[in-house]
Write a protein that binds this ligand. Structure first.
Ligand SMILES: NC(=O)c1ccc[n+]([C@@H]2O[C@H](COP(=O)([O-])OP(=O)(O)OC[C@H]3O[C@@H](n4cnc5c(N)ncnc54)[C@H](O)[C@@H]3O)[C@@H](O)[C@H]2O)c1
Length: 375
């Protein structure tokens, strides 16, 4: 694959230097928030996107295509990225992934190939191409079963799922690359909030969708498990910090929990907060359920110290009200939403069932080097 010559590089006034950023996996749930944040922060910077577009059609209540924030959108599989494609970029943000536990277990081989091996290969290619900052979207799920005090970066990881293992293996291999490139693995809390490509396969988003469509939230556990949450807009703020991070702020290679200490919630509290925002919602908690071992609290103090100006800002109540507004804008009322295009596993399975994508998550027809340039 050969990309055409890049457009002129603009000067970023805020940092008084040339800035050119590639966001890989930009057409998912988190990507649109990242494009909005980076284009607002650096209006003169050149932003490019690269994605294979599994979910490009899953737009949710937006008034414009989120990729309008980019100078260019490239379409391709990350397993085909080479060093030549990354020349000229100051920063590369790697979001592309088979991005949750159910998909990781359904597509275990592709999860290892895409999340781990391709991510490491891209980082090596970026280092070779002279990229200054590489940002990898990792996950707090690497702590696995973690009862006891909140987990911090020096604690042992205990990944249970293929998805979480792929993140651990990537982080490990990123430390072995011999380069001057600054590498940041952001171990994100569970995402929540409205997006131009909304997902309802996330705990808070699911609760809001259930409350709106059914007037009821069913908590399958006894509600006691802990989950740290972060709004997608705050994920984007953390990424903004990481694309500019100097090596002397945290070390050349850094893995850091991304979220806020105040945003560790018990699942029943999330359900009650949604019910409070949508009066009339009933909350059904299974008090008889065996204790759910997937419970963990996370310590975000390191992130607070290193990134004081990029701390999460969105309160839980604002994430909930944003979801309510967004779903109302979509005229959402689907009681069967768990088998709709708002759930990623369902979308990928649909591509496979209809012969568009293989079990290895490759498009059946070789993807043309599609590119859309803004003018
Ligand atoms: N959503 C969360 O709760 C959460 C939490 C922690 C970390 N993360 C991480 O953040 C990143 C972004 O998450 P998201 O919620 O936007 O995921 P998403 O599934 O909504 O989007 C991922 C994007 O990557 C693209 N992609 C996947 N495989 C690809 C391939 N082989 N080639 C090219 N593009 C490919 C998809 O088309 C999609 O647009 C992921 O790495 C995810 O693991 C997400």
């Amino acid at each position: 694959m050969h990309f055409p010559r890049a457009p002129p590089i603009y000067v970023c006034e805020e940092v008084n230097k040339i800035m050119k950023i590639l966001i890989i996996g930009n057409m998912g749930y988190v990507g649109p928030a990242v494009l909005r944040e980076l284009s607002a922060r650096y209006p003169s910077a050149v932003l490019h996107g690269y994605d294979t577009a599994y979910f490009a059609h899953c737009l949710t209540g937006t008034h414009y295509l989120p990729e309008r924030h980019l100078e260019r959108q490239f379409y391709g599989d990350i397993r085909a990225i080479t060093s030549g494609m990354l020349e000229g970029y100051d920063a590369v943000v790697q979001l592309a992934a088979v991005s949750n536990d159910p998909m990781g277990s359904r597509f275990a081989t592709a999860t290892g190939d895409i999340n781990h091996r391709a991510s490491v290969s891209i980082a090596k290619a970026a280092a070779q191409a002279g990229v200054r900052n590489f940002v990898f979207a990792s996950s707090c799920s690497i702590y696995g079963v973690a009862s006891g005090p909140p987990r911090c970066e020096t604690d042992a990881v205990a990944p249970i799922t293929d998805y979480a293992k792929s993140k651990v293996h990537t982080e490990e291999d990123l430390t072995k690359i011999e380069t001057d490139m600054v590498i940041t693995s952001l171990r994100f809390a569970t995402a929540c909030g409205m997006s131009d490509r909304l997902r309802l396969d996330l705990v808070l988003n699911d609760f809001v969708a259930s409350a709106i469509s059914q007037g009821q939230i069913t908590v399958l556990s006894d509600g006691s498990p802990w989950r740290p949450l972060i709004d997608v807009t705050d994920m984007a703020r953390a990424i903004d910090w990481a694309v500019q991070r100097p090596a002397d702020n945290g070390g050349r290679v850094l893995s850091v929990n991304a979220g806020a200490n105040s945003c560790n919630y018990q699942v029943r509290d999330l359900a009650m907060a949604v019910a409070e925002a949508l009066p009339g919602t009933t909350v059904d908690i299974n008090t008889e359920a065996p204790v759910d071992s997937r419970s963990y609290r996370v310590d975000f103090s390191l992130f607070e110290r290193l990134a004081p100006d990029h701390q999460p800002q969105k309160a839980l109540s604002h994430s909930i009200s944003g979801l309510i507004e967004g779903l109302e804008r979509m005229e959402f009322a689907d009681t069967e939403f768990r088998s709709s295009s708002l759930v990623r596993l369902h979308v990928l399975q649909g591509h496979i069932d209809e012969g568009r994508v293989t079990e290895e998550l490759r498009w059946q027809r070789p993807q043309k080097t599609l590119e859309r340039s803004q003018s």
